[in-house]
Each structure stands twice: as C-alpha cells, then as structure tokens.
Design a protein around this ligand. Structure first.
Ligand SMILES: Nc1ncnc2c1ncn2[C@@H]1O[C@H](COP(=O)(O)OP(=O)(O)OP(=O)(O)O)[C@@H](O)[C@H]1O
Ligand SMILES: [Mg+2]
Ligand SMILES: [Zn+2]
Length: 177
C-alpha cells in the first residue's frame, strides 16, 4: 500500500485529538506534538516551549521511518500556519506518500467554549497552561479560516472538511433564497 500522511488542521480545542482517537486508521503511527512535549518536558507540560524543537525533530524522524516502510502516519497538530503544513507536505513528498488534510474547524465560539473548560492553572516552571489564551485560539482560527480558499493549491492529494461553520459549506453558496 502507498505510504500515507494524514494531518489535522484545526485550532486548539477544535477536536483534533478526539477525532484521532476515534478515527485514526488502525496501525497508523500517530504523531502528537502535545504528547511528545509532555514526555520531553522536565515539568511534564504539553505546551512547554523549551522542548518544542525536540518534539518536532523526533516526530519528523518517526514519520520518515514510518513512511519509508510504506506505513500510515497521522499528525495530530494545529497546522494553523502555511509553513507548518508545508513541512508535512515536504516530508510526505520525500517518500511519494499520499497526503490527506483534515480540516477540523468548528465555529470560533464553540472552540473558545471548549478551550475555556480546560485547566487554566499556569505551570511555574514553563509558564504554560492546558487552556490556551483566548487571543491565541482566535488567531489560529482566523489563520485557518483565511487559508481555506487556498488549501486546495497547497498540494494535498485529498482534503476533508470535517467541521466547518455552516456559512462556509459549499452547498450554502449561491443558493437562491
Ligand atoms: N465533536 C465534538 N462534540 C463535542 N465536544 C467535542 C467534540 N470534539 C471534541 N470535543 C471536546 O472538545 C474539547 C477539545 O477537544 P480536543 O482535545 O480533541 O481538541 P484538540 O483540537 O485536540 O485541541 P488541542 O490542539 O489543544 O490539542 C474536549 O473536551 C473534547 O471532549
Ligand atoms: Mg489535541
Ligand atoms: Zn510546565
């Protein structure tokens, strides 16, 4: 079977990890930067910025190994910037792997409400909390929303839109009142 790379695209609190737990293909190698940072971080925090580079490096190495063996890899990350998505597309291209982008973009207020239910206590060591500051959630949501018209030109073989606000669904465009 052809090596395949799945990558979620969605802001913090969108439901990426929930989707992955329910729907990742059996046997896939899952790369979660949150989980890698938590493992590498001296304080165990999933957002610890001091171990981010190491988490990306190890996730990238494991992805290369899995794709080289013809496997399936699922990246559970926000991918909210074009350069983050380009990194994964370049990685897949090294192995001629199929790429599947999974846009998980519920309405902003839904995402903010979910994020608001998370633990807001700030770690004294690394300065992060599980709850992401609201402006950060907004910025991620805004960046992905702004990228939607161009996603199909980025090079994904397949794009799935799993959770879009109703006003962005194609079937609502151009419909007569
Ligand atoms: N379809 C859904 N309906 C209702 N609640 C959901 C749904 N998907 C996820 N949630 C809830 O939203 C919260 C955030 O989900 P999740 O942890 O999967 O987000 P995430 O995109 O992985 O966020 P992060 O980028 O911060 O890791 C969780 O409490 C989860 O139970
Ligand atoms: Mg997650
Ligand atoms: Zn910490």
């Amino acid at each position: 079977m052809r090596a395949t790379l799945y990558a979620t695209i969605g802001p913090a609190g969108a439901g990426k990890t929930t989707w992955r737990h329910q729907h990742a293909p059996p046997g896939a190698t899952v790369i979660s930067l949150d989980e890698r940072r938590a493992t590498l971080s001296p304080c165990g925090c999933s957002a610890d910025p001091s171990v981010n580079a190491a988490a990306v490096e190890s996730g990238t190495a494991d992805t290369r190994a899995a794709l080289a063996a013809g496997g399936t890899v699922v990246w559970d990350v926000t991918n909210y910037l074009p350069r983050l998505r380009a990194h994964l597309l370049d990685l897949a291209a090294e192995f001629d792997a199929a790429t599947v982008g999974l846009v998980i973009l519920p309405p902003l207020l839904t995402v903010l409400a979910r994020n608001g239910r998370r633990d807001s206590r700030v770690c004294a060591v690394c300065g992060t909390a599980r709850r992401v500051p609201d402006p950060v959630v907004w910025a991620m949501h805004n960046a992905i929303t702004g990228s939607l018209p161009d996603l199909h030109r980025e090079g994904w073989h397949t794009l799935h839109f799993l959770s879009l606000p109703p006003y962005l669904h194609h079937r609502h465009h151009g419909r007569k009142p």
